[in-house]
Design a protein around this ligand. Structure first.
Ligand SMILES: Cc1cc2nc3c(=O)[nH]c(=O)nc-3n(C[C@H](O)[C@H](O)[C@H](O)COP(=O)(O)O)c2cc1C
Length: 374
């Protein structure tokens, strides 16, 4: 049975261990360009087997929050290059999370102040963050418009362009397709947000089509061994709902299996919340079996509420990698702390979203804490 600290081959990547930094949006990228502290933030955490960046917009249309980074303009790619160089110099591996928010956006964030786009014109019933005159505020997301069939190939092309630029220009080791948490690809999957009556709505294979087309196109562009995908079968995020989640995800995973992905990343339960939802049961072992029995050989990455003991248990039961979110915000040397069973710094929620260095690059390592105490 592998330990959390054993190396792991994940597609084209050789990881030093099985500890992964989960994607964490921090709203510190004015103009959608990774900010000056990002290289330090990520390189401080380079002892993780793999770093996944915060969700990063593939296009202006894919933007849904203030001050989140993008992958669609030269200055954004140049900003990321500084980050990936710093991570590589520190011996780390880093992939970027490809993001299109779909309906979770606001007209102020969209090109020409237009409506956000979605499978169907159904509100996300959620809030986003805008920064007006330097002050951040939570506002209701805008009513989306339904995408026309003819617009879908353009969005697939945006994914391909962003993935290609991420690998060839920004220096990333690969990409993670954000298929989770109620954003565009998840919106297509679920009955609550997709009521289309064309080839992209209705029966399970129709609702899964867009995600599978995006995944196949990104794989064709950069190679499956550099592509992962994140899924959240039962998350409550962004008003997602589906009538028959198990059948849906087993279909999706069987569809992903032949693509030769580096990894599949599954959020178990409500993102950042309960791991078990009594009214939304889901059998993760059956989902993994569906993937494996269809020939899927990517690493199986799990996330949500993991600590050392739960991670050891997951690895003993078929997971290959464990992603840690909030623990990574507050513990740049998380691998070492997990190895020593050392105490973890608690994360400060007040600095999660927006701001500068405080709560971003100033969490102490074990050695720094010891030096202060000595
Ligand atoms: C501040 C913050 C930002 C997050 N940003 C993202 C994101 O950009 N993309 C994503 O897929 N999940 C995001 N998440 C969810 C985390 O990746 C992770 O799934 C969640 O925190 C549960 O893992 P944990 O219990 O280890 O924290 C975010 C969570 C937090 C707390």
């Amino acid at each position: 049975m592998p330990s959390l600290f054993d190396p792991c081959t994940v597609g084209a990547l050789q990881l030093a261990n099985r500890v992964v930094m989960a994607p964490l949006t921090r709203n510190r990228s004015p103009g959608a360009v990774p900010g000056p502290h990002a290289a330090l933030h990520y390189s401080q955490r380079a002892s993780a087997g793999l770093l996944i960046t915060e969700a990063t917009a593939i296009s202006h249309q894919g933007q849904g929050y203030a001050d989140v980074p993008g992958l669609y303009a030269p200055e954004q790619l140049a900003g990321w290059r500084v980050v990936t160089d710093a991570v590589h110099a520190a011996g780390g591996r880093i992939v970027t999370q490809l993001w299109h928010v779909g309906r979770v956006s606001h007209t102020e964030l969209q090109p020409n102040g237009g409506a956000p786009v979605a499978p169907s014109a159904i509100s996300a019933m959620t809030k986003t963050v805008l920064i007006r005159d330097g002050v951040a505020s939570f506002v209701e997301t805008s009513m989306p418009r339904a995408l026309a069939l003819a617009e879908l190939p353009g969005i697939v092309a945006d994914y391909v362009r962003a993935a290609t630029a991420a690998v060839t220009k920004a220096g990333f080791d690969g990409v993670e397709i954000h298929g989770a948490n109620g954003y565009l690809l998840d919106q297509f999957l679920k009955t609550g947000s997709n009521q289309r009556d064309d080839a992209y709505g209705g029966a399970v294979p129709h609702r899964a089509r867009f995600m599978l087309e995006v995944a196949a196109a990104v794989v064709a562009a950069v190679g499956g061994n550099r592509v992962g995908i994140r899924l959240s079968p039962v998350t409550l995020a962004n008003d997602r709902f589906d009538a028959d989640t198990q059948a849906l995800y087993e279909h999706v995973l069987r569809g992903l299996a032949p693509l030769g992905l580096a990894y599949v990343h599954v959020i178990e339960g409500a993102t950042g919340g309960a791991r078990e939802l009594p009214d939304r049961p889901f059998n993760y072992d059956a989902a993994r079996s569906a993937y494996r029995s269809a020939g899927g050989r990517g690493a199986w990455m799990v996330n949500n509420g993991y600590d050392r003991a739960l991670a050891d248990h997951a690895l003993a039961n078929g997971a290959d990698l464990v992603a840690f979110g909030k623990a990574y915000i507050a513990n740049p040397d998380l691998v070492r702390r997990l190895r020593l069973n050392a105490e973890l710094n608690p994360p400060d929620r007040s600095t999660f979203y927006g701001g500068g260095a405080p709560g971003y690059t100033d969490y102490p390592t074990l050695d720094e804490t010891a030096a202060v105490k000595a």
